[in-house]
Design a protein around this ligand. Sequence first.
Ligand SMILES: Cc1cc2nc3c(=O)[nH]c(=O)nc-3n(C[C@H](O)[C@H](O)[C@H](O)COP(=O)(O)OP(=O)(O)OC[C@H]3O[C@@H](n4cnc5c(N)ncnc54)[C@H](O)[C@@H]3O)c2cc1C
Length: 410
Amino acid sequence: MNDSTIHDVMVVGAGPGGLSAAYELARIGLEPLVLERTPAVGDVWRNHYDGLRINSGRLFSGLPGSPFPRSAGPWPARDDMVRLLETLPGRGGFTVRTNVDIETVDYDPVRDLWIAASRDGLRFLARAVVIATGGTRVPVIPDWEGVETFPGEIIHSSAFRNAQAHAGRHVLVVGSGNSAAEIASRLVEHARTVTISVRTPPHILPKSVCGIPLIGIGVATRYLPASWVDGLLAFLQRRFIGDLTSHGLPFPPLRLSRQFARTQVVPILYRPFVEDVRAGRIRVVGPIRKIQGRSVRVFVSIDAARDGQSGMEEALETDVIIAGTGFRTGITELVRIPGVATREDRCTISGDQEIRDAPRLYFIGQFNPLSGLLREIRLEAGRIARRIKDRLGERPDRSGPGPDTERNPP
Ligand SMILES: Cc1cc2nc3c(=O)[nH]c(=O)nc-3n(C[C@H](O)[C@H](O)[C@H](O)COP(=O)(O)OP(=O)(O)OC[C@H]3O[C@@H](n4cnc5c(N)ncnc54)[C@H](O)[C@@H]3O)c2cc1C
């Protein structure tokens, strides 16, 4: 069914960010049109891997009007999050239109309207728009030399479901973020061998200190100078994680805030990974050089790759490569307004910020501080909703143009 109404506000994406924004919009009396590409609300978390738990802790990860119940324990599971998401529209009194994959969001300056066009030719019109498509919309797998000769399976970490599926295989996990580390660790019990290929030494931190989630420390120190916080985190890494240099993971050369600004990779918080590396159940090697059939040539260490030492390579017989190599936001193709995304496809604004050529366009979930993305989403949602209400109130003439056409030309 086509939608010819001019809505006050539409929200593209119904993950934690979109649902939180919609909840706050509904709470202040607006009726958001919420569009989601998957078949059911909650799919984005339903499709994460088995055994996943929220590492930011129950108290710091609830969404607006939706704290996790006590029964979820200190570290809620994936399914607790799914339940929270599924029930959020009911609690907020709004609905979500699913199976709508928005391809483009454009601004019509003549009518002062936002137009979202779906892949199957529907158009939706609104005065304001919240883009809540997340920071992980487009999985990125590097174009390794010789990749076309690899006869095994190459999957992105976002497509990893469980370790049992890789029983008895030689698995090479690539990357040094939380997902790569956790996946490598989960594979240990099932795969024949697990190797992790790392280019940048990761920051590794305890998930909690004396029972306080690390995110709590992030919250408490958020407004302190970055160098103080980096110093504290370096201390925690040395004190609670220790030196893994002899196992192939030296301390990172850049302090955490700098490394994060450059790579957008959050520190590893998955403790079993550290034990597995120490016990040799996970072997650490440097980055991939090239692929020759089943044989993946890697630098023997991170240092060997950094120094470009020729001859310091080895060949790994590999059945499956799991690429924990990150994502792009996909904002550049989705919102074709100059200035909304950097060359690296990172959003330039977040929360209630606006840019001049894009009035009443907002992004949620694009800024990931150490105090936790879910917490940030909860805070941003309220700010965005209040800003939209103010901005719509400024509108001189609500009658405007009549309903728009319903389908894109073929
Ligand atoms: C494995 C994993 C574990 C994480 N654990 C934590 C944690 O413990 N604590 C924490 O604070 N953060 C965590 N994060 C980070 C972050 O909080 C989550 O990714 C969170 O789900 C982000 O919410 P979001 O709504 O911004 O984006 P997403 O969850 O990615 O949701 C985006 C939604 O938009 C939809 N969508 C995308 N494109 C379109 C389109 N074109 N048209 C219509 N719909 C579209 C998607 O289908 C999806 O439903 C984790 C992330 C991952 C990947």
